[in-house]
Design a protein around this ligand. Structure first.
Ligand SMILES: [Cu+2]
Length: 169
């Protein structure tokens, strides 16, 4: 039995602040590296809540709306263990929203961190930051049974109830 939560959390926060610093470092004229690095799906790292899946091999689509009432629609999804899904996430609001997959305690910690560093950007296969009127896709395989969550980490939104649940049986 592996224990993911602690190392995963620090890895997550590490990735976050690192991205923050990278953004800062590139703020003065230098060209930033390409936005999304290619993900090696065959070797995607398994986490407590699953792993990135190949968008080309994933047929099942789940559409999720994010709105300015700080809600995800739908906010409850039930899947079978092993299911790979492509989330097509549309921001129908006028403000930026985020879709961040993870464990509830991680999302809570992360959300608290976002209040301290509101400018932080996220660029991980399990996260998408979506501008008003835009859409993003996340392709994910749920390799473990359990209760997982997706939340918006724009400061105040998670606390405002912008969180959804995924039950994997
Ligand atoms: Cu939001």
């Amino acid at each position: 039995m592996k224990h993911f939560s602690k190392p995963r959390l620090s890895a997550l926060l590490g990735a976050c602040s690192l991205i923050g610093f990278t953004a800062l470092a590139y703020a003065h004229g230098a060209e930033a590296p390409s936005d999304k690095q290619a993900i090696d799906h065959a070797h995607a790292e398994d986490s407590a809540f699953g792993k990135a899946a190949d968008p080309k091999k994933t047929k099942r689509i789940i559409r999720i709306e994010m709105n300015d009432k700080l809600r995800f629609i739908p906010d409850k999804i039930t899947l079978k263990r092993g299911a790979a899904v492509k989330f097509v996430i549309k921001n129908t609001g006028k403000m930026k929203h985020e879709f961040v997959l993870g464990m509830l305690d991680e999302l809570k910690e992360h959300s608290a961190l976002m209040k301290k560093f509101p400018g932080m950007e996220h660029d991980e296969p399990s996260m998408a930051s979506v501008a008003p009127g835009k859409s993003a896709e996340i392709t994910w395989q749920f390799t473990h049974a359990g209760e997982f969550y997706f939340g918006c980490l724009v400061p105040g939104h998670f606390e405002g109830g912008m969180v959804g649940k995924i039950i994997v049986k």
